[in-house]
Design a protein around this ligand. Structure first.
Ligand SMILES: *Cc1c(COP(=O)(O)O)cnc(C)c1O
Length: 398
């Protein structure tokens, strides 16, 4: 059945007068979340106290919700678990992958990757005593740079800045031909486009839930370990909840079953309750259809902006095959322009040095929203209303 986008939109709380084009950074609140969190606070924590771990299913939640996310990313049942932040999950996946390819010393990534992923890799190389090296190349050169020296190919499928999308199937195949292991970051893929981790034979996958999956600020991250690696992958962050028997309180570590070993410590129960309710909007939703509709909205936006605000330069590839769910434009005054837009209720964001970023999330953004956003942007550019001191004052979060 085709998705009824008006019905999905009605499931989101969107503030009056706001056109929200930043679901790629922080998804909006799904209406059912407030009641679910309230229940977790009052009925579960409040009444059950410590008994909530068993009776309210808190302990099983990271795997139960992992399976629900698994469906959205083509993961086998039991291969995804939630917890911690994405940066931590990147570190874990990378450390395990390196250990599984012990003769090689190079981590290959690209210059479009999110800085935290690169920082985590640098930190891990240092911890491992400096024999390891992070090599970054331009995104379009990543495929060709995979050679017999590469231990791990660590890439983010969709570039957070430009929206450029890698070909995950081809890169994974090439990596395997060259004897490398893949770590795919799905931060801008999960909930945005169809991902088929098992189909492309990906080795590790990681991602966050507070972007397209709408779990709220600080929501837990997820990690995928291909079932064929699950018993070989050794967790670098060997916390008690990844132990085979946490409540045996053994003095030494034995990894838990499969992906459970990638759990570290106590899960964020309240955030997980929010995620649980947020995931309800995905029931019966086909990601192929979501992405196709996102591309239509993106095309509408690109066409409108190029016609009415030609001083903005498209930074996102035109090819549908190379796009995720966001469109970016460059302008030297991008920061001020974005602040002027936000002041008029069109919320996107800015990424240094000159990128204006707009996310197109069809579950709650429609053609009217896009048309209005284009008109407001065109007016701001025509009248130069961005050129005011208050729009040039940089806040901590851009
Ligand atoms: C959003 C994002 C992150 C953020 O990591 P956190 O640890 O959740 O703050 C990391 N990597 C990528 C690719 C991202 O898009």
């Amino acid at each position: 059945m085709p998705i009824d986008f008006a019905a999905t939109k009605a499931q989101f709380h969107l503030p009056e007068g706001v056109i929200y084009l930043d679901g790629n950074s922080l998804g909006p609140m799904v209406r059912g979340v407030a009641a679910r969190v309230e229940k977790a606070v009052t009925a579960e924590w409040g009444e059950l106290l410590i008994r909530g771990w068993n009776r309210a299913g808190w302990m099983a939640q990271p795997r139960v919700l992992g399976d629900r996310i698994g469906r959205l990313i083509g993961a086998e049942p039991g291969s995804v678990v939630l917890g911690d932040t994405l940066s931590i999950k990147v570190y874990q996946a990378l450390a395990s992958a390196l250990e599984m390819n012990p003769k090689r010393r190079v981590i290959l990534s690209d210059t479009g990757n999110f800085p935290s992923d690169l920082y985590m890799a640098e930190g891990l190389c240092r911890t491992l005593g400096g024999q390891y090296r992070l090599k970054t190349v331009a995104p379009e050169e990543a495929m060709a740079a995979i050679d017999e020296t590469v231990a791990v190919v660590m890439l983010t499928e969709v570039d957070y800045r430009t929206g450029r999308r890698h070909n995950m199937a081809d890169i994974t195949r090439r990596a395997h031909e060259m004897g490398a292991i893949t770590v795919w970051d799905l931060a801008h893929s999960a909930g945005a486009l169809p991902v088929n981790l098992s189909g492309v034979k990906a080795d590790f996958g990681v991602g966050c839930t507070y972007k397209y999956l709408n779990s709220g600020p600080g929501g837990p991250a997820f990690i995928y370990v291909a079932p064929r690696h699950a018993e070989a992958a050794r967790p670098a962050l060997s916390g008690w909840l990844g132990h085979e028997a946490p409540f045996a309180f053994d003095l030494s570590y034995r990894p838990g079953q499969g992906v459970e070993r990638m759990r570290v410590g106590t899960p964020p129960v309240l955030q997980m309750a929010a995620l649980e309710a947020a995931l309800d909007v995905w029931d019966g939703v086909d990601l192929g259809e979501v992405h196709a509709q996102s591309l239509r909205l993106q095309d509408q936006f690109i066409k409108g902006v190029e016609a009415r605000a030609p001083m903005l330069q498209l930074a996102t590839p035109r090819s549908h095959l190379m796009r995720g769910s966001q469109v970016s434009f460059r302008h030297p005054e991008g920061y001020a322009i974005m602040q002027a837009l936000i002041a008029e209720g069109v919320i996107g964001d800015f990424r240094a040095p000159d990128i204006l970023r707009f996310g197109f999330t069809p579950l709650y953004i429609d053609e009217d929203d896009v048309a209005r956003a284009v008109s407001i942007l065109a007016r701001i550019m025509d009248y130069g209303t961005w050129d005011r001191p208050e729009f040039k004052q940089r806040a901590a979060v851009t």
